[in-house]
Design a protein around this ligand. Structure first.
Ligand code: SAM
Length: 242
């Protein structure tokens, strides 16, 4: 489905958006999908040009619009609208090493835009479950999977306190971005590993990643947004739980 077809499907005319700088107030109340479509453009992450995502050109204005247009305060930042460096390295790695994924069941934690989950699906996974706590991310994942001709249904909710067994491969792109999340993510990943799953994370050097618990698998230089990362390129690594 191309961008204009997506817009029409959600009741928008292509002229109602202007490459991300959209008058979103008019359309955001329609549906979450209309909000995502009205505030993003189809773009490819620099390290993963095979995948096309609905991404925002600029973070701050989108965050403000998310609160204004939904009428809710204290919403999470629109992580779903950007391809984070940790997700890009993980997606690159899965696409370049389909033997890790082909025929496996995959859980993508902190899925965001769905970049890593889409890479896993394209690499031949038997089933992929993207997990997210942000409802708009779940909407973006479904739109992004359609844009890449795969079908993914995101699971909305926090699974980190629950059962970690049941998947062959557990992945998390840029999940160690804040302390509390890191403190909850690591035990889940360790339980998944203890249950026999392969566990891979992608990380651009976040302070909360406990590197001593992982072994490095591959590293890439990832072009990133200077607005988000205060850098043009971040050396980022795929790590595996031994
Ligand atoms: C930095 S983004 C990474 C997104 C994506 N993996 C990437 O690399 O582009 C982190 C994501 O984790 C999600 N998140 C936070 N807590 C979570 C939880 N308990 N379970 C699942 N996702 C969570 C956020 O909503 C956010 O989309």
């Amino acid at each position: 489905m191309n961008e204009d077809e997506s817009l029409r499907r959600y009741g928008l005319r292509p002229a109602e958006r202007d490459h991300g700088a959209v008058i979103a107030t008019k359309v955001a109340a329609v549906t979450p999908a209309a909000f995502v479509l009205a505030n993003t453009c189809l773009m490819t992450p620099p390290l993963v040009p095979e995948i096309t995502l609905h991404l925002a050109p600029e973070p701050i204005a989108l965050w403000e619009r998310t609160e204004q247009d939904t009428g809710q305060a204290g919403l999470p930042p629109p992580f779903w609208a950007f391809p984070w460096a940790g997700g890009q390295v993980l997606a690159r790695y899965l696409l370049d090493h389909p033997e890790c994924t082909a025929g496996r069941t995959v859980l993508d934690l902190a899925a965001g835009s769905g970049l890593v989950a889409i890479a896993a699906a394209k690499a031949g996974a038997a089933a992929v479950t993207p997990s997210e706590t942000d409802p708009l991310a779940c909407t973006a994942i479904e739109l992004n999977s359609a844009a890449n001709s795969v079908t993914l249904e995101a699971t909305l909710g926090d699974v980190l306190g629950g059962e970690a067994a049941g998947n062959d491969l557990v992945v998390a792109g840029d999940g160690f971005y804040e302390r509390l999340m890191a403190e909850r993510l690591l035990p889940f990943l360790e339980r998944a590993r203890a249950s026999g799953a392969v566990v891979l994370v992608g990380d651009p050097g976040r302070a909360y990643l406990p590197r001593d618990r992982f072994e490095a698998v591959a590293s890439y230089d990832v072009p990133v947004s200077p607005v988000l990362e205060d850098a043009d390129v971040k050396r980022s690594t795929v790590w595996r739980l031994p």
